[in-house]
Design a protein around this ligand. Structure first.
Ligand code: N01
Length: 552
């Protein structure tokens, strides 16, 4: 890996690269990459579209936005003083708390001097002759470096509402992923919300508490469990902090990258219905999704077992929502529990017992258009002062596909991913040399404690760049063959589970025209990280390093 400082220049044009590594994105992944790469003396810079750092936690400011992984887990592990000193007020961090934490980290480690805000990257072009990436910003600025890291996030491209008539709507409209910084006051307003995924479900109790009337348009009923959020118990915090180093280490040996949940030993079908009921009841009372999905060892692989866990939640919905028709409509019936992102809520189902809240079946009567005064479905018209789109994201591939990524006179990301994402380890794409991804598709990213996966990838990439430098290699390529094998393996692993049974953003089905392919690696963090280590131990197996020094 050449140093920007010492490199004699771009061989084709003899231009010295601006940086050693370009980082696209100033979220949790971009910030940690700056920290980690700087440690090995590399000159780096992150380019961030927002006017602040934080990525998903910068943009998703809708009321009630909160992480569904517990705050003691959902944080960086790289600095023990940081994790010992930071105090999380609640069991689950709110968006403002998490953004405060991210800004604290950025300041504490002096990361901001290497972040360029308000800068959206339009294209990234690799010159084979010069072994150099040139990124171009929307403002036309060009920056060069031999390597590029896409820290662009998995849920960072909001799905833009494409309902006809939206431009003529006289009220205000919002998307959860692009929420105004100043907040929104719904007091006294008639509000329509489209979408009942995590964002919609987290937000709705807040809107229901303010609005004159809330109409919820639900196309697919989703499973939601109580978060049981509460102030963080000081004893638990003390104990967790005392065990932090061991817990962080142990997390790499678990499926979701979170320690403290002993793997279940039994199938749901091996126990009596009474024992099952008792177990689910205890997990329901405890709150959180991992605990529930860890009730038995086959909830994500055996449909009959899963049915027992799914039915338990449906019964809870029926017991909570007073109107039987509404309750039944809220009962998910087209996917096994856990195969779509399991939602954690605070008093969501309860809102349907309020007089000012209605649920509309947007599957039976789809939304046809937005009208100047509200919305029209195939069988009714509605008047609204505000409409909120909780319609999700072009997940996992959207952010990278928005950038024109190509090799000069060669392939493009568009071509490589025509039929869906194809990667080797979710870290590189064959045909796109020296371009790395953090928590890319076909890695465990979205199916894990995201910050753990971010740190894993950034460390792996940093080590790889150090290896290249030591070996005198200028270029690394994932081979087509290793990529093909990995893509096949990711599919094989997913096909042994119930995940492909759900129409989820994991499959890309929420974006019209997007290839439908299951995108995350669900073999677990433990299997994945072991594979990454094996690849390194075998001399970067499946990659080709060019210009490598031969030991004599
Ligand atoms: O998006 P979603 P999200 N008419 O895609 C509906 C993470 N996250 O922003 O299912 C009617 O899940 C769509 O219906 P359907 C988390 O990983 C985390 O809520 O396509 N409805 C669905 O109900 C999560 O999974 C937290 O039938 C329409 C909804 O819009 C991911 O982000 C918090 C429609 C979209 O749900 C995405 O969640 C928030 C139409 N034409 C989010 N089009 C944490 O806690 C779409 N929908 C960390």
């Amino acid at each position: 890996m050449p140093d920007a400082a010492t490199e004699t220049g771009r061989s084709a044009s003899n231009v010295k690269p601006d940086l050693d590594v370009i980082i696209v994105g100033g979220g949790l992944a971009g910030l940690y990459s700056i920290y980690r790469l700087r440690k090995q003396g590399l000159k780096v810079r992150a380019y961030e579209a927002g006017d602040g750092v934080g990525g998903t936690w910068f943009w998703n400011r809708y009321p009630g936005c909160r992480c569904d992984v517990e705050s003691m887990e959902y944080s960086y592990a790289f600095d023990d003083d940081l994790q010992q000193e930071w105090v999380w007020p609640e069991r689950y961090g709110t968006q403002p708390e998490i953004l405060k934490y991210i800004n604290h980290v950025a300041e504490r480690f002096d990361l901001l001097r290497d972040v360029q805000l308000n800068t959206r990257i339009k294209s990234a072009v690799f010159s084979e002759a010069a072994t150099l990436w040139t990124i171009t910003t929307e403002a036309g600025e060009e920056v060069t470096a031999p390597a590029c890291i896409m820290a662009t996030g998995n849920l960072s491209t909001p799905r833009k509402p494409d309902f006809p008539g939206l431009d003529d709507f006289k009220g205000k409209w919002y998307h959860t992923g692009l929420w105004p910084k100043e907040g929104v006051d719904f007091t006294g307003l008639r509000v329509g919300v489209i979408g009942t995924g995590s964002s919609g479900v987290q937000m709705m109790p807040h809107i229901a508490g303010q609005a004159k009337h809330l109409t919820v348009f639900q196309r697919t009923a989703n499973f939601s469990l109580p978060a049981r959020n509460a102030p963080l118990d000081p004893n638990k915090e003390r104990q967790h902090k005392a065990e932090y180093p061991e817990r962080r280490k142990a997390a790499y040996d678990t499926p979701f990258g979170i320690a403290g949940y002993p793997p279940p030993a039994k199938s749901a079908l091996e126990v009596t219905p009474e024992e099952r009921q008792e177990t689910y009841e205890a997990k329901w009372g405890e709150g959180g999704s991992i605990s529930y999905l860890f009730a038995y060892n086959d909830l994500l692989t055996n449909k009959a077992s899963n049915d027992t866990a799914s039915e338990f939640v449906r019964e809870k919905i029926r017991a909570t929502v007073a109107d039987p028709k509404t309750a039944e409509l809220l009962c998910p019936n087209n996917h096994p529990i856990g195969t779509k992102r399991l939602i954690l809520d605070s008093q969501y189902y309860e809102i349907y017992n309020q007089d000012n809240v209605d649920l509309v079946d947007a599957r039976k009567a789809p939304i046809q258009e937005i009208t100047p005064i509200g919305m029209r479905t195939t069988d009714a018209e509605f008047e609204f002062d505000a409409i909120v789109f909780a319609t999700g994201f072009d997940a996992m591939t959207g952010a990278m596909r928005e950038i024109d990524i190509r090799v000069e006179g060669g392939t493009t990301l568009e071509v490589q991913w025509e039929g869906g994402p194809r990667t080797y380890l979710g870290v590189m794409v064959a045909g796109l040399p020296n371009m790395f991804m953090i928590t890319g598709p076909q890695s465990p990213g979205v199916k894990s404690q995201m910050i753990l996966s971010i740190e894993w990838h950034a460390n792996w990439i940093a080590d790889c760049l150090a290896h290249m430098k030591a070996a005198g290699a200028r270029r690394i390529d994932a081979t087509e063959q290793s990529q093909e094998e990995w893509v096949r393996h990711v599919k094989e692993v997913a096909d042994k589970t119930l995940y492909p049974l759900a129409n989820s953003w994991y499959m890309g089905v929420n974006i019209p025209g997007k290839p439908q392919i299951f995108m995350p690696y669900v073999g677990g963090v433990q299997a994945y990280t072991k594979k990454c280590q094996e690849v390194v131990a075998k001399g970067y197996e499946g990659f080709v390093l060019t210009g490598e020094r031969v030991e004599v």
